[in-house]
Design a binder for this molecule. Structure first.
Ligand code: XUL
Ligand code: CO
Length: 441
């Protein structure tokens, strides 16, 4: 494929292809066969894999103890527009070599924020135009866009929950531009991750006021985008902490309640992230089950945490049990509503070769493909579904069915309890369920 830019950034690496699990080529997919049909859809259709612009093309490995170690060749130009164009060239080279159909971005991943609002607006328009060209040349699509309303010091007390109205308005101006950029690039969805929407101390915080502001702000953003003809989904991405001590979008259940409280439930769904789930002391499957139960399973940010520490390590996923369990819920929910699988993950600070980011994404893709294949077998060939259904079979007929149909009142329950006397214990069979997962992996 011809590329707009002249340089090749990932030299010596061609398109990553499916070679099957017996291949010993590290730069090949072992399980992800894009055109293979699983449970009625191709793997490509199920997953809609996306590259996260911020980690893969912007993050250079800096941590609180030292600077970045990954000196990308596209970061060389000192002029912001020239650097952004080189970064876009590298990004589209990577995305197409991976065989991905999608990417995701924050506004100021695409181009460095300028020192004035007006200049930032101009810069964004320039790079959006350039990326449009790259999209039409490559066929790569935008899964979702978002705005970075958390890095700039002006947002240190939050964006839409900031106690200063003028900061809230500034965030509104910035998000309007990010929505415009997303629409210009035919983005299929728009994400709100509540970067610093939360508190560091309750002593100086009015929770009720801040939540009311966030609810109103999100409704205004929705109304603006809808008025411009945006048909996609809005997603909220829950996270319980970091950077704030407490983030308002704590987890799936909290966000579902918030969306209903502020009348946002018809336009907003959830973008769930593995490491955010573990930070909330949940499993990813729990977060997905809760979202699916609200009809809000929108999109996934794929990564994994470290089970021995308590921060967002954003490692590439590689835990087959965790991903298989997530894929069971994914299949049983009928897939995602409008979203896909975005690798919100970063290579480690000491992964400094240009091919490391390929190994990382190949591993991430393959673990999802393998998880999907296993989950499909568990659902279609094992006792798993029948055992689950059996646990609830007392609701299929008789008084149990009457209860579900709303035909009983509370005194009926009293009478049934009295008539039944003491009951036989019904085993939950947890170990048997766990063995089924293990057997099919
Ligand atoms: C932060 C995080 C973000 C969002 C987009 O933990 O996950 O990168 O995905 O703002
Ligand atoms: Co994320």
């Amino acid at each position: 494929m011809a590329l707009i830019g002249n340089k090749e950034y990932f030299k010596g690496i061609g398109e990553i292809k499916y070679e099957g699990k017996d291949s010993d080529n590290p730069l090949a997919y072992k399980y992800y066969n894009p055109e293979q049909v699983v449970a009625g859809k191709t793997m490509r259709e199920h997953f809609k894999f996306a590259v996260a612009y911020w980690h893969t093309f912007c993050g250079q490995g800096a941590d609180p103890f030292g600077p970045g170690t990954q000196n990308f060749p596209w970061d060389q130009p000192s002029d912001a527009v020239a650097a952004a164009k080189e970064k876009a060239d590298a990004a589209f080279e990577f995305i197409t070599k991976m065989g991905f159909d999608y990417f995701c971005f924050h506004d100021f991943d695409l181009i460095q924020e300028a020192s004035t609002f007006a200049e930032s607006e101009k810069r964004l328009a320039t790079i959006v135009d350039y990326i449009k060209g790259k999209q039409s040349e490559s066929g790569v699509k935008l899964l979702w866009g978002t705005a970075n309303c958390f890095s700039n010091p002006r947002y240190m007390n939050g964006a839409s929950t900031n106690p200063d109205f003028n900061v809230l308005a500034r965030a509104g101006g910035q998000i309007k531009l990010a929505l415009d950029a997303t629409m210009a690039l035919d983005g299929e969805n728009y994400v709100f991750w509540g970067g610093r929407e939360g508190y560091m101390s309750l002593l100086n915080t009015n929770i009720k006021k801040e939540l009311d502001h966030m609810g109103r702000f999100l409704g205004m953003a929705r109304d603006y985008a809808r008025a411009q003809g945006f048909k996609g989904n809005f997603f909220i991405e829950p996270k319980p902490m970091e950077p704030m001590k407490h983030q308002y979008d704590f987890d799936s259940a909290t966000v579902a309640g918030f969306l209903h409280q502020y009348g946002l439930q018809d336009d907003f769904k959830l973008n769930l992230e593995f490491n955010h789930a573990t930070l909330a002391n949940h499993t990813m499957q729990h977060e997905m089950e809760v979202a699916a139960s609200h009809g809000m399973l929108g999109s996934l940010d794929a990564n994994r945490g470290d089970y021995q520490n308590g921060w967002d390590t954003d490692q590439f996923p590689n835990n087959i049990t965790e991903v298989t369990e997530a894929m069971i819920t994914f299949l049983k929910a009928g897939g995602l509503q409008g979203g896909g699988i975005n690798f919100d993950a970063k290579i480690r600070r000491n992964s400094t070769d240009m091919d490391d980011v390929f190994h990382a994404h190949i591993g991430g893709v393959d673990i999802f493909a393998r998880g999907l294949l296993v989950a499909d077998k568990i659902i279609s060939s094992s006792q798993y579904d029948a055992l689950r259904e059996k646990r609830y079979s007392s609701f299929d007929s008789g008084k149990g069915k009457d209860f579900e149909d709303g035909k009983l009142d509370f005194t009926d329950l009293y009478q049934i309890a009295k008539d039944n006397g003491e009951l036989e214990l019904q085993s939950g069979k947890q170990e048997l369920f766990e063995n089924i997962i293990n057997q099919y992996i």
